[in-house]
Write a protein of this length. Structure first.
Length: 213
């Protein structure tokens, strides 16, 4: 028999509201002040990466606590799935604050790509050609007619040649050749012993009855 249970007890709502308020204050305190200039924004992000990450975490925690507090204060009652509902409320709060995470993620990614220091971050804004992605695009345009497929195939072939040029001991080569021969022999033995026609196997494999657990 199912019994109704509150998602969050009313007695806990005040404590959750207070904790959410503290979390928001911490997030506001950690979040650096950003100027209007784009280059300076990246420089600020580079200089305060730890503080911005902490602010994002504090915002997420505060949002989750605030959502649970509202549920407790409103007396939301469930007949089943209380734990799952709590998870859903927390994820909803995280989704509501996702733009904050997006901004922090963008600045953190840009700082990481440009080397992580203020000088390189600012330089990337003023000289995008210095970034690794710009060098890839330049190579594609000059050597591969802007074909990404041709570019990656060329890089793969060059990597293969580099690996093949590495020293490879004769005894090690013989060992792997023996393993390959044994594997092929085992494959032929398995195929020779198989008496089930492939069409029958395929029919059984695709049958809805095979989905039963």
């Amino acid at each position: 028999m199912n019994r109704s249970e509150p998602l969050v007890g009313r007695s806990n709502a005040s404590l959750l509201f207070a904790a959410a308020g503290v979390g928001l204050l911490v997030a506001q305190g950690l979040s650096p002040a950003y100027p209007d200039d784009t280059a300076r924004q990246v420089a600020v992000a580079a200089a305060h990466r730890g503080a911005e990450t902490g602010a994002v975490v504090a915002f997420l925690v505060a949002g989750a606590l605030l959502s649970l507090a509202i549920c407790g204060a409103s007396g939301l009652v469930l007949r089943r799935g209380r734990a799952l509902a709590r998870v859903g409320v927390v994820l909803t709060a995280i989704g509501a604050l996702w733009p904050v995470i997006g901004r922090a993620g963008f600045t953190a990614t840009l700082v990481a790509v440009t080397g992580g220091d203020r000088a390189s971050a600012v330089a990337a804004i003023h000289d995008p050609a210095a970034t690794p992605s710009a060098r890839v695009l330049d190579a594609m345009a000059s050597d591969y007619e802007n074909s990404y497929v041709r570019f990656v195939l060329a890089q793969s072939a060059a990597h293969r040649e580099t690996v093949l040029a590495l020293p490879f001991a004769a005894d090690l080569a013989a060992h792997f050749a023996q393993l390959a021969a044994e594997s092929l022999a085992e494959q032929r033995a398995i195929e020779a012993a198989d008496t089930l026609p492939f069409d029958t196997f395929l029919e059984r494999y695709l049958s809805p009855a095979s989905l039963n657990v």
